[in-house]
Design a protein around this ligand. Structure first.
Ligand code: DAH
Length: 371
């Protein structure tokens, strides 16, 4: 009888358990090491054999019943707990995902890529030189000796100390020193040293700052050296390049006599444009009604002294060179009006004028592609 009462009571506690913790406590109270049913089982040893058979059977029946109910109850409580957790952790997948900030290609990088691509079509290789340059490469070898007044035309950043060779060290004021470095490197590699056809894009530095000048800006230099290169090749190259770059067939150039120490003769090249809604749009003759000329680059036939400084025989080799302001070209093509904004790093400006890296809109269709 005592067994029945204990069994029922233990069963009632198990059934009443409403959390996994309460159920565990009920299990320990009944079947644990010091549980009540366990204690009953321990009394079997002191019983007579007949009693042991009958009592033992009943105790074991209660043990089996309690274990079964505990297991079933545990399954119910576990699944309830899991459902509660799932309900609390619900994700609302209908919420829009926060937009990931995306970088963009800077207009200068974009234009540099366009230029390199156009000139690659024309068979030009890309050459580079150091931005920290010595005055021999930056001036002397370009036919500007120490006393030459043209040195004063450049607002040069000089370093306080001279190089080991006793040369002044400067931040290069133009990409033209790459002409010298390329010729010298070519001569070193093969005794002929030419022909050669290169562009040299890169940063240059002058102490100057206003809406159209920044202390650092970008140029692209071109140099072609061969046996019989003349001004006609220069004009064709410039026209072909500017048509491809501006993606217009009506580009008209004007070559004006000028002076650069490193070219003879020298020409400055103007391009015709019209003003449309305050914006300069390249195309047409500058002499046409509503049009004007704008200077875009300096060029000329390479001075024979420069060819000699490059280690080549000026009686055998001749060629043309030109230098263009890349930032200026970018402003013209994409309509920015303040050069300083290019280098302010304002993300609003960059996201407005920058180009998507995955969807570059205006890479040249290639030289010779109809426009
Ligand atoms: N280096 C000149 C400058 O920065 C630009 C230039 C003019 C480059 C004529 C040339 C050239 O190669 O032939 O003002």
């Amino acid at each position: 009888m005592e067994i029945e009462a204990i069994g029922k009571r233990l069963m009632a506690t198990v059934e009443a358990a409403s959390t996994t913790e309460e159920l565990e406590a009920a299990r320990v109270a009944a079947l644990g090491k010091n549980g009540e049913l366990t204690a009953l089982l321990k009394t079997l040893g002191s019983m007579s054999p007949e009693e042991r058979v009958s009592e033992g059977k009943r105790i074991n029946e209660w043990k089996a019943a309690l274990s079964g109910t505990i297991a079933a109850q545990k399954a119910v409580l576990d699944s309830e707990a899991q459902n509660a957790r799932l309900a609390a952790e619900t994700l609302d997948l209908s919420l829009p995902a926060p937009e990931a900030p995306r970088g963009s290609v800077h207009p200068i990088s974009q234009v540099m890529d366009e230029l390199a691509e156009i000139f690659a079509d024309l068979g030009f290789a890309v050459a580079t030189g150091p931005e920290i340059e010595d005055d021999w490469h930056n001036f002397t070898a370009l036919n500007m000796p120490e006393t030459h007044p043209a040195r004063a035309m450049h607002d040069t950043f000089y370093f306080p100390d001279r190089s080991a060779q006793g040369r002044e060290i400067v931040l290069r004021t133009h990409t033209s020193p790459v002409q010298i470095r390329t010729m010298l490197a070519c001569v070193k590699e093969n005794p002929g040293g030419a022909p050669l056809r290169i562009i040299a894009p890169g940063r240059v530095y002058r102490s100057d700052s206003d809406a159209t000048h920044t202390p650092m800006f970008h140029q692209i230099e071109a140099l072609v050296i061969d046996r019989d290169i003349h001004l006609g090749h220069l004009k064709w190259t410039l026209e072909t390049f500017l048509k491809a770059f501006f993606e217009r067939d009506d580009i008209v150039l004007r070559l004006r006599p000028s002076y650069f120490p490193f070219t003879e003769p020298s020409v400055e090249v103007d391009v015709g444009y019209a003003s449309e809604g305050g914006r300069r749009v390249v195309g047409g003759s500058g002499d046409a009604p509503g049009h004007a000329w704008m200077e875009v680059l300096g060029s000329g036939m390479v001075n024979h002294r420069v060819i000699a400084f490059g280690g080549l025989d000026p009686d055998k080799w001749q060629g043309f060179a030109f230098g263009i302001g890349v930032d200026r070209l970018a402003m013209l093509k994409y309509g920015m009006d303040d050069l300083r904004a290019f280098f302010d790093g304002d993300v609003r400006w960059l996201s407005h004028y920058g180009f998507s890296a995955l969807d570059v809109p205006t890479l040249s269709g290639g030289v010779g592609t109809p426009v």
